[in-house]
Design a protein. Structure first.
Length: 337
């Protein structure tokens, strides 16, 4: 049973769209991001109350190299979807916050039209230098937004690396944006990240249509070599197999959004009908469980009195090369009861 104030927060969050709901969303996510024990306890109780109303949104991950036009693309897509009756939330993973410890709100200022739309909600996710923290906070924020009735949740991340793997592991469909001069860019992208992509969009195609067409062919050939995926595993149903597609778009001109959304819908329909989407989410939820267990164990380990007392000397020995890291780890783990 929730306290009256928290029940009122849940009611406002589950209520009609408007200023009261937006305040409730912001307050709940702030509680989820807090590291204070009392805030976390409240947040977890709130999350438990909201959980039955979650899971109904299409979860879309979008990434790409800096300068590819992610914010422009997401704003154009968000406005496109709102015009078709959908409610759109954007969770922008902000890596720059690893320096200051907080978000610079860059995406919110770059997506002014979308941020001002009644049927949209934009929330930066501060990284604070910890990828696991971003993954946890973003997953929880996604559930809050689903409970508030948003039917499309977009998770945006910057760069190509571990953050992309984390975002692909919490969304239904992962989109990689590319520039028209993808010949050089393709070499810089790790195969592992390309293999995660369900859709690749060559954005800014208006800058050089010929280059964009060449990039689309190049990337399509590369993805064809990687093979179909989407069923995720040797025992998945054949009907869920998906050959990643490559599209062209110009978000600044609003071109290509119809084709993009048609591809997203086709993917989501196929994955839902085959049961692959449910399986994907179950795997993601289980992975989240173990991620939180491991993070919690690491935190408890560091604060264990015997470990805390022995850790400085063990670290010094390892740094000096007098003790193997594996031996030091075993000895410290033996102290952890």
């Amino acid at each position: 049973m929730l306290p009256a104030a928290d029940q009122a927060l849940v009611d406002a969050l589950r209520g009609a769209p408007g200023a009261a709901q937006r305040r409730a969303i912001a307050k709940t996510i702030t509680l989820l991001e807090s590291t204070r024990a009392d805030h976390r306890a409240r947040a977890e109780a709130l999350l438990g109350a909201l959980l039955p109303a979650t899971g109904g949104a299409l979860r879309l991950g979008i990434s790409g190299v800096p300068g590819v036009g992610k914010s422009t693309f997401i704003e154009a897509l968000g406005l496109y979807l709102i015009a078709r009756g959908r409610r759109v939330a954007v969770l922008a993973v902000d890596p720059s916050s690893s320096v200051s410890g907080g978000s610079i709100l860059g995406d919110k200022t770059r997506m002014e039209r979308l941020a001002g739309a009644e049927q949209a909600y934009i929330r930066p996710s501060p990284a604070a230098g910890k990828l696991g923290g971003v993954a946890a906070q973003t997953r929880e924020a996604m559930l809050v937004l689903e409970a508030a009735g948003f039917d499309t949740v977009i998770v945006e991340t910057v760069g190509v690396g571990q953050s992309e793997i984390a975002v692909a592991g919490m969304t239904d469909l992962f989109v990689l944006l590319q520039l028209p001069n993808a010949g050089d860019e393709l070499q810089a992208i790790k195969r592992g990240v390309m293999e995660l992509a369900d859709l690749v969009v060559v954005n800014k195609a208006d800058l050089d249509e010929a280059a964009a067409t060449r990039a689309r062919a190049q990337i399509g050939s590369a993805l064809h070599l990687y093979g179909a995926h989407g069923a995720h595993g040797p025992h998945a149903q054949a009907g869920a197999r998906w050959q990643p597609r490559v599209l062209q778009a110009s978000a600044a001109q609003g071109r290509g959004l119809d084709e993009f959304w048609a591809a997203v819908t086709a993917f989501h329909t196929r994955q839902s009908a085959s049961g692959a989407l449910a399986e994907r989410r179950q795997r993601q939820t289980e992975a989240w469980l173990w991620e939180r267990i491991e993070a919690g164990l690491a935190e408890r380990f560091r604060h264990h009195p015997a470990v805390a007392a022995a850790l400085p000397a063990a670290s010094a020995e390892v740094r000096a090369g007098r003790l193997a890291a594996s031996v030091a780890a075993r000895r410290l783990l033996d102290l952890f009861h």
